[in-house]
Write a protein that binds this ligand. Sequence first.
Ligand code: PGA
Length: 249
Amino acid sequence: MHQKRWVVGNWKMNLGLAEAEVLAGAIAQASEALPAVEVVIAPSTPFLIPIKEKLKFTSKNFGLATQFVSAWPKGAYTGDVSAVQLKGIVTYAIIGHSERRKLHHAAEIVHDQVRQALENGLTPIICFGEPTRSASFSPSILTDLKRDLADLRKEELEKCIFAYEPLWAIGTGDAATPAYITKVVSRVREWFTVTYDLTMPILYGGSVTADNAQELADVKEIAGVLVGGASLNITSFTDICRAFAGQLE
Ligand code: PGA
């Protein structure tokens, strides 16, 4: 299993600049006492630079992520932000989140987004997950991963993190159970081993809260969590970080 653990807060399109700076400061400060976990936040794009400038002296285990990245390096792509432009500002790039796949772009460009992130030294956090709850393993998961990863080489894949986010669990308050997560993630890990001979870090996302954080932290198959709603509250987010650092009383 993976030794390193991540707790990633996906703020989505929430908070104004002043609130974002305060919350980022509080999370960065809390992360100093939790060196066993990599604490990452993904604020809205225009706030990345002010937050980065405010947090000049934060701990090594605190990082910034972009919520998306363009599939192209530059040019006539209105509204896009490229990995070239994000380089030096963020460390991580959340790629292929289901909300973006549903509302903004075709699944076919996820692969090029991953490539752009890798070419510019960003660590992709690649999201995948089945649309509906299923008693058996959903084959669409591997179909999606095969398309998104396509020709990526093992050396490139080694630089990626994955996030298993069942679509039915995102924002619903209905998190997948540890047994369900174990069933899906172990199957995906097995596929990575057979196909690439790699042990990949896979996070879980979908209605993670301070209340279910400890039982999720006990799931050996996952290397952390991607948190939406609960990442907007300092108490719940730090409790989730503590659970994954093994420090929740
Ligand atoms: P949620 O969102 O924690 O609010 O369910 C998770 C996500 O979309 O990454």
